[in-house]
Design a protein around this ligand. Sequence first.
Ligand code: ATR
Length: 282
Amino acid sequence: MADRPKAFVTGFPIRHSRSPLIHGHWLKKYGLQGSYEAIEVSPGDFPRFVQGLKQTGYSGGNVTIPHKEMAFALCGRRDAAADEIGAVNTLWFEAGELWGGNTDAHGFAANLDAFSPGWEERKSALVLGAGGASRAVIYALKRRGFGRIHVVNRTVARAQELADRFGNCVTSHGWRGLPDLLQDVGLIVNTTSLGMEGKDELTIDLSTARQDALVTDIVYVPLETPLLKAAREHGLKTIDGLGMLLHQAAPGFERWFGVRPEVTPELRTLVLADMAPGGQVR
Ligand code: ATR
């Protein structure tokens, strides 16, 4: 390992990323010499950026929107999660070779482990959305033994692509199928961008949902999305998406800096303060 390992997060745009705050907190907490910075790279410049990583002395870094698919294509070696999800969010070097991994599925599952141990016993899930985030969630659900995963999407063909990709346990549906599907599932996950600050709300009628259903959202700004609010008001258990962001960061940190960091309430409070109006320092 380098004396002072350097890592980064890259995306386009990148200034709103909270990854520097998270990794900076861990570097300080564990007393490590090293750095983690945000680097904005346009899609056109991304291949050259990745190809030049070794020369610039980086140990690796995180990749976010819109580069995850391109990073997948540019890595010589990939872990199993990246291969199945078709996207890379973490880069590192091993024996001189550039590896790409995907820690989003780990982040999703670890967040639920933390707030609802045993959640995987639910076995049936409804996944709203069929983009990149949906693939990571489906991969996590499959790994945790879910036998029925219903994917609901505006564009049904995209949901069908996921059913083809992930096999028999995944079925595809349009939004009209929701009332019936809700009766069947113990877990409801929003992976669409709906409900995010500045986007349209996600309004779904939860009246047919099972009373024991657990509801979670990968959107974490706002922390309580309209879906989570509706679920809470309906008496359902909810888990917000912030923990997914925090947990997906841990495996990369360990690869670059050699310490497996802990996701603590203290870290959560720090990121929440940064999200509060006027809290952002960037
Ligand atoms: P990501 O990779 O972050 O998941 P994405 O690939 O753009 O992002 O996927 C966004 C998801 O949000 C998709 O499922 C998209 O539905 P379509 O596949 O039909 O586009 C969903 N989405 C975005 N805006 C939506 C809207 N206004 N109504 C319904 N679904 C929407």
